[in-house]
Ligand binder design. Sequence first.
Ligand code: GDP
Ligand code: MG
Length: 174
Amino acid sequence: MRVFQCAVMGSGGVGKSAITVRFINGSYLEWYDPTIEDSYRKQFSVDNQPCLLEILDTAGIDQYLTLNDMFIRESEGFVLVFSLCQRDTFEEIIRTYEAIRRIKLPEGNQIVPLVIVGNKSDLIDEREVDSTEGEKLAMDWKCTYYETSARTSTNIVPVFEDIVRQLRRSDLIR
Ligand code: GDP
Ligand code: MG
């Protein structure tokens, strides 16, 4: 079976590992080692068709340097995560997006499969980024936007279903 590859990227502490692990095995831990980088594979069904998704949970210490570039080169799709409670992490995904464009577009890709994720939607009182801002970014980038909570397991599955749909579509175009 075709293995689709996606990378989960974003600032430290936004919940990349929590989202990934929640999706992979349904569990939620309060604490994940922030330096651990791991990849996971999961077979699941999207629109009644089986698929195999490999998810790279990044832990970029040197945020926008060589390591990130390598992940971008190796991945076909991207889940860009920020925290709804931390505006600077929202700004950060814009930089990552620019790096993705710089690396992926010259390869002849017109569209890069991409999902924007605003995580920690459960922390309602701490919100710093409005839904409309995430939606606006998704319009500009012609991608999709989800607000998730790894803690309450809200909207986690739809994120990965969406990236699979986009990866399938880009396979057809290529
Ligand atoms: P990473 O560095 O992006 O991989 O972030 P982690 O997954 O390690 O999460 C960083 C911290 O945020 C941890 O203490 C998590 O428990 C917490 N966290 C992650 N997702 C959520 C969420 O949806 N809601 C809340 N309230 N906390 C979260
Ligand atoms: Mg992590």
